[in-house]
Design a binder for this molecule. Structure first.
Ligand code: ZN
Ligand code: ZN
Length: 380
């Protein structure tokens, strides 16, 4: 058993309380990871406040990177000392979806991760939040959740690959298949939306229109490749996107908020015959309506997007390498570096639109975990 500090949420709406938890012994097929960094993603907030249904009490956090400290029996993917990024959608590689090339829909891996023993707080079992529980100094996960990476890349940048970068860039590359010369609009420029902007730039889109209500995020979007920006707090979003796309609307419009009104805007800002990609993690309570006429006559494709259609084993090493080479600006996404105790304020800042990403940097990690040698990403 190991006692570590973690942020526990006891029930829906309860605050993140930092306390000591007892990790379960590392069982067969399991890996114990000392976290170096964990991003603070909006989906954690949606689980905490009940917008996305989940099990409690739990330790949340699902965008993390760290160093393997112990492996259980029969683990073959990693050894202690390996640097890893965690995936919150582990693939079993044997179910219908995995065998059909859609491991992000695996019907076995996440269920196993949620059901297995993970840790206790004062003797009471805790649920491994989103399968990963990265808001903890150490976590215990099935080996399918760890992807080994190049140790020269700073772990606080690699952490962002685990959700924001994989989801945003994957949405462009895998879900939509954006082609060079395309026009792209991105509605919502938090950590994932800014990753969509970067993915569109890397895919060779000629027009990338970033839409948000916060001026600071639009500035970040421009720095990451947006060719035009629209302030949604002042402008008519649909008219503005059309103005930047020859009056037609964008070939691809990505909705990265998860709300009915922004989904409607994204659909309207998509050109006839174009594709609207729904990336934002919406609530079951949010209802969107379309008329039968518009769905038929405009011949648009509306596509749902889980985790950027990512295959973590295939994509994480590629994304980490692009971070290492500076082709992906991960450091630019990190607005604040915080400690575990700052989580409550980090979510407040997220809701207030003050940050793209806050990243918890675990103190225990120390400077040696920030990258081992030249060529690492930029530090802030
Ligand atoms: Zn996330
Ligand atoms: Zn599977």
């Amino acid at each position: 058993m190991s006692a570590v500090r973690a942020a526990v949420v006891r029930q829906v709406g309860a605050p993140f309380e930092v306390e000591e938890i007892e990790l379960a012994p590392t069982g067969p097929g399991e890996v114990r990871v000392r976290m170096a960094a964990s991003g603070v993603c909006h989906s954690d907030l949606s689980v905490q406040n009940g917008s996305i249904p989940f099990l409690f009490p739990t330790v949340l956090g699902h965008e993390g990177a760290g160093v393997v400290v112990e492996v259980g029996e029969a683990v073959t993917r990693v050894v202690p000392g390996d640097h890893v990024v965690l995936t919150w959608m582990p693939a079993c590689r044997r179910c219908f979806f995995c065998l059909s090339g859609q491991p992000m829909l695996c019907e076995v891996g996440l269920a196993e991760a949620l059901g297995g023993p993970f840790a206790t707080s004062a003797g009471r079992p805790l649920v491994r939040g989103l399968g990963t529980a990265t808001f903890s100094e150490q976590t215990l996960v099935p080996e399918a959740e760890v992807v080994r990476i190049d140790p020269s890349v700073p772990l606080e940048l690699a952490a962002l690959v685990g959700c924001a970068l994989a989801t945003g860039i994957g949405a462009v590359w895998h879900t939509a298949g954006v082609t060079p010369g395309s026009s792209v609009a991105v509605v919502g420029c938090g950590g994932v939306g800014l990753s969509v902007v970067q993915g569109a730039r890397l895919a060779g889109a000629s027009t990338v229109v970033a839409v948000d209500r916060v001026a600071g995020k639009l500035e970040m979007a421009e720095a990451m490749g947006a060719t035009a920006t629209v302030d949604a707090s002042a402008a008519d979003v649909v008219a503005a996107v059309r103005a930047h796309t020859a009056g037609r609307g964008a070939d691809y419009c990505f909705e990265v908020v998860g709300r009915a009104d922004t989904i409607r805007s994204a659909f309207a800002a998509t050109r006839r015959g174009g594709t609207t990609v729904l990336v934002g993690a919406g609530s079951p309570a949010e209802q969107v309506s379309f008329s039968a006429f518009e769905l038929f006559v405009d011949a648009k494709t509306v596509v749902g997007c889980v985790y950027g259609s990512t295959d973590a084993d295939r994509d994480f090493p590629v994304l980490v390498d692009l971070v290492r080479r500076g082709a992906i600006d991960a450091a630019g996404l990190v607005t604040r570096r915080i400690s575990l105790d700052d989580l409550g304020d980090a979510f407040r800042a997220m809701e207030a639109g003050e940050v793209a990403r806050s990243v918890i940097v675990y103190e225990e990690a120390g400077s040696s975990l920030r990258g081992e040698g030249a060529g690492g990403g930029r530090e802030r």
